[in-house]
Structures are given as C-alpha cells and as structure tokens.
Design a protein around this ligand. Structure first.
Ligand code: ADP
Ligand code: MG
Length: 553
C-alpha cells in the first residue's frame, strides 16, 4: 500500500471542503451522483462507437445505501470505472473544472459562493465525511483498486477484489459537532428529498432500499418490508412533449419545486433547437410572494446543465421588469462546473436570456388578449413592477412593457391599455390625458379635468406614485404625447378667456396675497362648475412635485 500526497491545489480545495461552513452541504450527493451518471454515459458512448460492446440499459443504475450503525453512506455505480492511473490523476489533482473553482477561492474565502453556485465535484464529499473510500474497477481491466483518504494528509491506493466493473464510493459520515449534525445524511427520507431536489432528472435510475408497510398474506396485519425503490423520475418534465402534459402537470411541478404556493396564471414551455439549444419551463405567478417588493427578494431562474442543477437562482436570465417569473432553464450547451463570472459572459446564456425575455413578453400579451380577468389579477400583483421596469435604466426597456401596462379609464370605468386608449380617441384629440391623485374617487371630482371631459376625451387615472414617473420616461405612445390635466397648456383649442378690468384688479390682489406660492393668477376656460383650480407649467405635475418633496435627499 502506498501513501501519496495531494497536489498543492487539491490540498487547498480539500481544506476548504473540510472546514466548510457552507449551509448546503447536501449538494455533495448531487456531485457524486452526477459523476456516477457521467461514468455511465462514458460506457454508453463506448458502446455506441464500438460494435463489440453491448449496452444493456437495465444494467446501468446508481445505488444509494445508508448504514446508520456503521455511519456509512455508499454510492455505487455501474459506470466505466477508473484505472490506477486515472484514480491518481482524477482524484489526486483537480481537473480543469476544479481549478476554475479554485481560482474563485480568492474571492470567497470560506468557499461559500463557489460551492453554492457550481459545486466542486468529488471533493465536496469531504464536507460531510471524514474518510472517503473509492473502490473501482475499470472497464477492460482485470484489477480493481481502493483509494482512501482521511483528508489533507494524503491518500492511499491498494489493489482489492471487485467483481463487477464500476465504482463504489463509501463515505464515513462525520460525527456530530456541537453546531452541526450530520445524522441526516444517513436517513433515507432525507436522502430521498436531496435526490429529488437535485438529481430527479438523471437519466439512470437512482435506487435506494426503503421501508414500506405491506399487508401480511392471509392475515389482516401489516409488516414493514424493505423494498428497492427508484427515487428519481428520470425524464424531466421539460423534455416531455407539451401535448402530453396537462395544466395540472405544470402546476404540480410549480408547487413541487416550491416556485410558489399559488396556482400560476400561466406557464410557458419552451424547447429551442437552434444556434443555442435549451428547454425551459417558465411560470407567471398569480400572486406576489410576500417579500416581492422588498430588498430581500431575489429574482432568478434555476439553471441546469444537461439535466444537472448548477444554479438555483440565475439572475442573469431575467430582466428586472420580469423579475416575478419563476421556472427553470436546461441547456446541453453549458458546462456543469462553469463559474459565475464566466457564466455572466457566456454567449449561450446571453442568447437564452434574450430569447426568454421576448417569449415572456409575447405570452403576457397573449394572456392580456385571451383572459382579461386573469391578466388583471396578475396585474394587480405585478403591475407596479412592470411600471418600475418602464422607468428604470432610463427607460431602456420601455418597448418591452408599454403594451403590458394598464390604467384606470375615467370613461370606461375599468383598466385599459394605452393602445385601447389611443384607439378610442376622437379624431380631434391630440394628446393622451391623465390625472394623478390618490384615488379614482377623488380624481373623478378633479376641477382641472372639466374641459377635457367636456370635449369627450378620456382621462387615465394615475393612482400609484410610480405611474407618472413611468409615463414621463415613455414620453410618447403611438406618437401621442402625454398631458396632465393640471398642466397650464392642455393643447386644446379654446376661446381665449377674456379678463375684465374688475377681474384684473382682483387677480392682481390675489397674486399679491399668494406671492411666492403661485406664479400667476388668470382666467381659465377649462372650468365649468368649479370656481378655481391649480395648473402647472412644465413637465412636473402637482402630484409629482408632492412625491419629489417627500423623497429623502
Ligand atoms: P468533474 O466531474 O467536473 O470532472 P469531479 O471532481 O467531480 O470533477 O470528478 C473528477 C474526475 O474523477 C471525473 O472527471 C472522473 O474522471 C473521475 N470520477 C469521479 N467519480 C467517478 C465515478 N463514479 N466513476 C468514474 N470516474 C469518476
Ligand atoms: Mg463531477
């Protein structure tokens, strides 16, 4: 038996794993299962390219075996196995992908970010185990080897007996520490949930023995029996044909994934096979999560590389104005161990994000057309975010959202789109009129709007603070400019109001009394039943002024 040292890089990564304070240690299982799956893929590839090798699907599986007494967890596969050289090379040094993660170490001292976002492969086993044993027999080889390590001191390799080709990894689960219990990694129910969470879509069955209550034959009694169960569903829902799936299937997936607890307003199932290949299932929720309009809320989609979850919240996939969208993206064109920095610049990912954004837009427009009631429920929850989207980034995304926003119409007494407003404009109407205020009730009584109403023009009511700011960013819709009913120039041709001498005297007196508070007092044609009103010059309306004044500097 030989004892060998780890390469310097590996040693440091290992140290990081052993002392990791990372809260999602459970991902070690995902890493080991994904390696097992890769090893079987390699066999499959060999069989595809070599006629003399047959590939019997039933033979390929992953077995998970916990043993509480021995504090052991075994992960067994029937993959391609490793030769002695491969053992040394693969487990003694970090592969390319490993060194990538290693680079990121400098940025995140406790390894938190790296582990969380990409996993770091085989060494993650040391987050939960103090001894790791790998017994493996390579395809085409006669001898099997055992690799064993207790951590940074190094590892041993010796020849052992193993009948079948494949790899068996035994983790000796750490003893509980004061602050942390590791017992959970020996519990079948816990292992099952970790597998479901991260590896449900691995193409090979993941089997585990579980206790099941069964009736005893010939009696009314039941007994607990150990049965081998396949934990993963193997075919991901996103790879299935849309036509075979029901709304319920999508809702189940939404809830199983805990994307939300409501019933989504709409799902979008995308399968693209072009310059970039990906599948995606997206959901438009019906209700906003409780923290949606708070700093705590994190947008993002789950990101899979060929069926393996690599990131739980990939924010680069969603623009802010669609931050309410939930769901996942799976692409064969992404590598499993890609780092966050690289991912940000990934051309494929950018293409996917662009594509997704336009799909969401089209689908929201479809919902608006086809199910107005549902859209309004959605809008109730997320309309504010759409308007923020119009305002943010200097209005860069206004084209994306301008046809998705709704405002209350004074005439229709319901929410309408800008397109609907413009379509209903009388021929002589040049502008889109709006009134900003606290509530539709109060706006109904606004004196300044009398002339506009009298002309038969509709008025959009802005009752949220963001409304007027968002519209200012839009500038025009369909070449029509927006005008506040409180602005001094309504853009309506009207007879000039004549001022009598007596009035001029009174206006003069009023102006003196109100000096510094108003610019001018003058006769107006816009009033019918009210004696007096305010009007403003320029782009900032009275309501906006109030908001701006209330804002902290
Ligand atoms: P990665 O999977 O990104 O290459 P890992 O650290 O997870 O990095 O694994 C390192 C290497 O060890 C793998 O590339 C593979 O060659 C080898 N390996 C790990 N587990 C197995 C296994 N169960 N069967 C065969 N080879 C394995
Ligand atoms: Mg791996």
């Amino acid at each position: 038996m030989e004892t060998k040292q780890f390469k310097a890089e590996s040693k440091r990564l290992l140290e990081m794993m052993i002392h990791s304070i990372y809260t999602h240690k459970e991902i070690f299982l995902r890493e080991l299962i994904s390696n097992a799956s890769d090893a079987m893929d390699k066999m499959y590839y060999k069989a595809l390219t070599d006629e003399t090798i047959s590939f019997e699907k039933e033979h390929y599986k992953i077995t998970i075996e916990p043993n509480k007494e021995a504090r052991q967890l075994i992960i067994r596969d029937t993959g391609i196995g490793m030769t002695k050289e491969e053992l040394e090379e693969n487990l003694g040094t970090i592969a390319k992908s490993g060194s990538l993660a290693f680079k990121a170490e400098n940025e995140a001292q406790d390894g938190h970010d790296i582990i969380g976002q990409f996993g770091v492969g085989f060494y993650s086993a040391f987050m939960v185990a103090d001894v790791v044993t790998v017994v493996t027999k390579p395809f085409g080889g006669a001898v099997a080897y055992k690799w064993e390590s207790r951590g940074v001191e190094g590892y041993t390799i010796e020849e052992v007996d193993k009948e079948t080709v494949g790899t068996e990894i035994t983790l000796h689960i750490k003893a509980n520490e004061e602050e942390e219990s590791y017992d959970e990694y020996l519990e079948t129910y816990r292992l099952r949930s970790i597998i479901k969470k991260y590896s449900d879509f691995i193409r090979y069955p993941i089997e585990m023995k579980e206790l099941e209550r069964q009736p005893i034959e010939g009696s009314d009694e039941t007994e607990e029996v150990e049965v081998v169960k396949t934990i993963n569903s193997m075919v991901p829902i996103w790879r299935k044909n849309k036509r075979e799936l029901t709304d319920e299937d999508y809702t189940n997936f939404y809830q199983e994934k805990r994307y939300g607890f409501d019933t989504p307003a709409k799902h979008i199932h995308i399968s693209v096979d072009g310059a970039v290949r990906y599948q995606s299932i997206l959901f438009i929720p019906e209700q906003a999560p409780y923290d949606y309009y708070s700093k705590e809320f994190e947008k993002g989609l789950e990101l899979y590389a060929n069926g393996v979850l690599i990131m739980e919240k990939c924010s680069d996939l969603l623009p802010d104005h669609f931050s309410f969208v939930k769901g996942m993206v799976d692409s064969e064109d992404l590598s499993l161990n890609i780092s966050r920095e690289l991912l940000q610049h990934d051309r494929q990912l950018k293409l996917i994000a662009k594509n997704i954004q336009s799909k969401i837009k089209t689908q929201l427009e479809a919902l608006l057309r086809e199910d107005r009631t549902k859209y309004e429920t959605f809008y109730q929850a997320f309309g504010r975010q759409l308007k923020f989207g119009m305002y943010n980034d200097y209005g860069m995304h206004k084209e994306q959202v301008q046809d998705l926003i709704l405002f209350y119409s004074a005439k229709e007494k319901k929410l309408i789109t800008l397109a609907e407003y413009v379509a209903a404009m009388p021929e002589d109407q040049a502008h889109i009129y709006y009134a900003a205020g606290e509530s539709t009730n109060r706006l109904d009584k606004l004196p300044q709007s009398e002339l506009v109403r009298d002309k038969g023009y509709d008025i959009l009511y802005f009752t949220e603070e963001i409304d007027e700011f968002a519209i200012q960013m839009l500038v025009t819709y369909n070449e029509k400019t927006f005008k506040s009913v409180t602005s001094s120039d309504l853009g309506i041709e009207a007879e000039a109001a004549e001022t009598t001498d007596a009035q001029a005297e009174m206006f003069q007196a009023m102006q003196e009394v109100l000096s510094g508070q108003v610019k001018e007092v003058k006769a107006s044609t816009r009033l019918k039943s009210h004696p007096v009103c305010f009007a403003t010059d320029g782009a900032v309306s009275i309501e906006m002024e109030k908001i701006l004044k209330a804002m902290p500097n």
